[in-house]
Design a protein around this ligand. Structure first.
Ligand SMILES: [Zn+2]
Length: 270
C-alpha cells in the first residue's frame, strides 16, 4: 500500500485511472511521484504535456526557447490567442496550471543544447521528444543514452508521423537513422505544411508511452517504430534492433560525449 494516501480531491480527480486495474492506486502513486521532461512545447509537446498534466504526473519539466506565434495555434494546442507573443514556457505553464494545479511545473525557457542537456535531463525519469529538427533529435538521443534515461520519440512530417521508445542499451535514434537527411531535402518545420490533428495523435502516443514507462505496465514501443499515415489512416510497425556498429550505443562506441549537432546535421551532402 502507498505510504501517503491520496487526498479526497485526488481520489476524485484521478478516479478513472484508479478504477483501471492496469494502473490503480499504485500506478497513480507512481505517476504522482514521477518527473517527466518535455523538450519542445510545440505540436507534439502540446498534447503530450496536456495529457501528462491531466493524468497527474508529479513534476513536469518544460523546455522551449521560442515565443508563441499566431501560426502555431493551429497545431500547438497548449497555446492560446491571448498568449501570442509570450514565451512558450509561460504560455504552456498557464494552460497546464489551470488544467491541473497539483502538477509541479519546472520551467526552462532556453534552447536545449550540448552545454546544458546533461544537467537539465539528469533530473528527470523520462524524457519526451517534442522537438521538430534533426539536430535536437540526435542531441536528445545521445544525451539520454549517456544518462541511461528512457527517451520517448515522436515526429511528424506533412501527413505522416512516427513514434518509438529508446531504452538505453536497446537501440537509439542513431541505430534507426545513422545519418541525418541532406539539408534541404526535408524542409524545416516552419516551412512545411502539416495536417494539424496529426500532432495530437503522435503526441498522445508519446504521453501513453510515458505513462507505461512510469507505471511499468504494458508493452512499451521499444525496438518498434509505429508509422502512421493520416490520409490513408493506416498504422504499421517496423521492428528494429540495436545496431552493434552504432557509434554511440554499439559494441565499440566512438562517440562518448555530446557533439556539435548543428554541424552534424548541416554538414552532410551540402
Ligand atoms: Zn544506437
Amino acid at each position: 500500500m502507498p505510504h501517503h494516501p491520496l487526498a479526497p480531491s485526488q481520489v476524485e480527480r484521478y478516479a478513472r485511472h484508479i478504477a483501471l486495474s492496469e494502473i490503480g492506486l499504485r500506478g497513480q502513486h507512481r505517476l504522482l511521484q514521477s518527473r517527466v521532461l518535455i523538450v519542445g512545447l510545440g505540436a507534439l509537446g502540446s498534447p503530450a504535456a496536456t495529457y501528462l498534466a491531466a493524468a497527474g504526473v508529479g513534476t513536469l519539466g518544460l523546455i522551449d526557447h521560442d515565443e508563441v506565434r499566431l501560426a502555431n495555434l493551429q497545431q500547438q494546442i497548449l497555446h492560446r490567442t491571448e498568449t501570442v507573443g509570450s514565451s512558450k514556457t509561460d504560455s504552456a505553464a498557464r494552460t497546464l496550471a489551470s488544467l491541473n494545479p497539483e502538477v509541479r511545473l519546472e520551467i526552462h525557457p532556453r534552447r536545449l543544447d550540448r552545454s546544458n542537456a546533461m544537467t537539465l535531463m539528469e533530473k528527470y525519469d523520462v524524457i519526451v521528444d517534442g522537438t521538430d529538427n534533426f539536430g535536437s533529435r540526435y542531441l536528445l538521443s545521445d544525451a539520454a543514452f549517456f544518462l541511461k534515461k528512457p527517451l520517448v520519440h515522436g515526429s511528424i512530417f506533412r501527413i505522416e508521423g512516427q513514434a518509438t521508445v529508446f531504452l538505453p542499451g536497446r537501440g537509439c535514434y542513431r541505430c534507426l537513422y545513422p545519418e541525418p537527411p541532406p539539408p534541404g531535402l526535408v524542409g524545416d518545420a516552419q516551412d512545411v505544411g502539416v495536417l494539424a490533428p496529426l500532432a495530437g495523435i503522435i503526441g498522445t502516443i508519446e504521453a501513453i508511452e510515458t505513462i507505461k514507462l512510469v507505471t511499468g505496465k504494458g508493452e512499451p514501443l521499444v525496438n518498434r517504430v509505429l508509422l502512421h499515415d493520416a490520409l490513408a489512416m493506416t498504422f504499421r510497425e517496423i521492428r528494429y534492433r540495436r545496431n552493434p556498429s552504432c557509434p554511440v550505443c554499439g559494441d565499440h562506441p566512438r562517440i562518448r560525449q555530446l557533439q556539435d549537432y548543428n554541424a552534424f546535421v548541416g554538414a552532410v551532402a551540402r
